[in-house]
Design a protein around this ligand. Structure first.
Ligand code: FUL
Length: 510
């Protein structure tokens, strides 16, 4: 537990890395500001905080899938009670391969499975409870859905992740210290029996258990188990590696910092305030993850340090998280999903899109169709980067289109302008930018200008870029464009640039 206890200790270590490598001043995961640091120094230091290896790998997945499945699927509710008769869980055509195939074809790189939701029903035959698939008619009680999904993921080259709800309405020990032992036992089963796990997702939703008590979760202990058994896994939402964006709508912030100013010094404080109500005082502003401003200079000025805490946008393809036949006609259209794509992945977040299988145990045809059309249309939009064949003012263009974060264009004081000369006139309405986050998130304000006649005309502008930013604007025709970085926390480094013309099918129909 001690290992995770104190952010300041971790940061002292980071300073050592920085000293021994003057070329690259980086602080992995966090940086505590020295006593008496000026605002300018805090801003500069924050621009050198970088993701841990597990956070970077997670971010680069971009698009991931969520499977909410369990007794709720059969009782037609969103939240169960923990008193369900397990016999109701009886899918007739369950095919985990279809779930993973659908996700993979849609471009998702990971599947997160609700191994246990708030009702406490387990999709694996846990040795620590009778409330599981072992008590159901499905496969005559011999099934293990966690195994089926983990194996299908392995076969198809998709990462596997576990959602284990801390809130458990079924377990008699809920609300007592013994429940923490039980939770650790279940976590251990999931982390030792099913191969590599890429993410562990702890939900912030929490109510009373069967005995009317609220549980004090021993998060530090849970994190310790995860770090020991699956060190590559990120811990999301009620956890230190990945931040809940603050809504379940699919829409992230226009200004999305992965570097968050904090007043906290311990990871447990971070966990406690991650998907919670206002008032903990851990983050600046004193408030919750739903605040609009989580990373401005104003907040940095009052902070004690900065952590790398990137945003994950979770949303369901349907109104509910679980399957309801009454929502078969309410599946989000491909155009709506594309709008969500731009508003999450296109705004420095990872997208976690829920695809709830139905009572048969299949992802419904309507969901599959929407998803495949979304992917097909996006592929059309992004198939041709118009920058190909162009030249850039800084010489070598290849480093801006090679898919590598650590090959980049770098600005210099007073010269933060990257000019692009296209191969003749080009028409585009999408701009994609990526920062070299392996050295920090820095850009605070930028504008795209195009040369029309003899004048540079502003076409669109943005604030943060981070891992990825995609801007949409009306089509523009030009042979020269430039990115002007107006404000940055240190020298800007742009890793990737793309100019695209959107497929006509992107247009919203609703
Ligand atoms: C919420 C839960 O209460 C929902 O049921 C769902 O699991 C969603 C992803 O998170 O907090």
């Amino acid at each position: 537990m001690k290992k995770l206890d104190n952010l300041l200790l971790g940061v002292a270590f980071c300073f050592l890395i920085a000293c021994s490598n003057k070329q690259k001043e980086i602080y992995v995961n966090s940086c505590a500001f020295p006593e008496g640091a000026s605002v300018e120094e805090k801003i500069r230091l924050s621009a050198h905080v970088v993701p841990s290896a597990r956070q970077l790998e997670w971010q680069q997945m971009e698009f991931t899938g969520f499977i909410c499945y369990g007794v709720n699927t059969f009782t037609d509710v969103e939240w169960g009670t923990g008193k369900e008769d397990p016999a109701i869980f009886n899918p007739t055509e369950l095919d985990a391969g279809q779930w993973v195939r659908t996700a993979k074809e849609a471009g998702m790189k990971m599947i997160l499975l609700t191994c246990k939701h708030h009702d406490g029903f387990c999709l694996w035959p846990s040795a620590y409870t009778d409330f599981s698939v072992a008590a159901t008619p499905w496969k005559e009680g011999k099934g293990d859905l966690v195994r089926d999904v983990a194996e299908a993921c392995k076969e198809q080259g998709v990462k596997f992740a576990v959602y284990l709800s801390p809130w458990d309405q079924n377990h008699p020990d809920y609300g007592t210290e013994r429940y923490n032992d039980f939770f650790v036992d279940q976590l251990t089963e999931l982390l030792t029996q099913y191969g590599p796990v890429a993410e562990v997702w702890f939900d912030g939703a929490c109510g009373e258990g069967p005995n009317g008590k609220k549980q004090v979760y021993d998060f530090k202990r849970y994190y310790d188990v995860i770090r020991r058994l699956q060190p590559q896994a990120v811990i999301a939402v009620m956890g230190p590696d990945v931040r809940w964006v603050g809504t379940e709508s699919g829409y992230g912030r226009d200004t999305e910092w992965s570097t968050l100013p904090v007043t906290a010094t311990s990871l447990s404080d971070i966990a406690e305030s991650s998907q919670q109500e206002a008032g903990s005082g851990t983050f600046l502003p004193v408030g919750n993850m739903m605040e609009d401003d989580l990373g401005s200079r104003k907040l940095l000025a009052d902070a004690k340090g900065v952590i790398w805490y990137p945003s994950e946008v979770d949303v369901s393809i349907r109104p509910g998280w679980y399957y309801h036949a009454s929502e078969d006609t309410l599946v989000k259209s491909p155009q709506k999903l594309i709008d969500i794509y731009y508003s999450s992945i296109g705004k420095n977040s990872l997208l976690l899109l829920n695809l709830p299988p139905d009572k048969r145990g299949l992802i419904h045809e309507n969901d599959v169709s929407s998803l495949m059309n979304m992917q097909r249309i996006l592929r059309k939009t992004f198939e041709k980067n118009l920058i190909a064949g162009a030249g850039v003012s800084s010489g070598n263009i290849n480093r801006l289109v090679d898919g590598q974060l650590d090959t980049y264009w770098q600005g210099s004081p007073g010269k933060n302008v990257l000019e692009i000369s296209f191969d003749g006139d080009q028409v585009f309405d999408r701009l994609l930018l990526q920062e070299n986050i392996t050295e920090g998130q820095r850009i605070e304000q930028f504008v795209l200008e195009c040369l029309v006649g003899d004048s540079w005309i502003p076409v669109t502008e943005g604030t943060t870029i981070g891992y990825k930013r995609i801007l949409r604007f009306d089509p523009v025709r030009c042979s020269k464009a430039r990115i002007v970085v107006r404000e940055s926390r240190d020298v800007p480094q742009i890793s990737e640039i793309g100019f695209y013309k959107a497929s006509g099918e992107e247009a919203m129909t609703e």
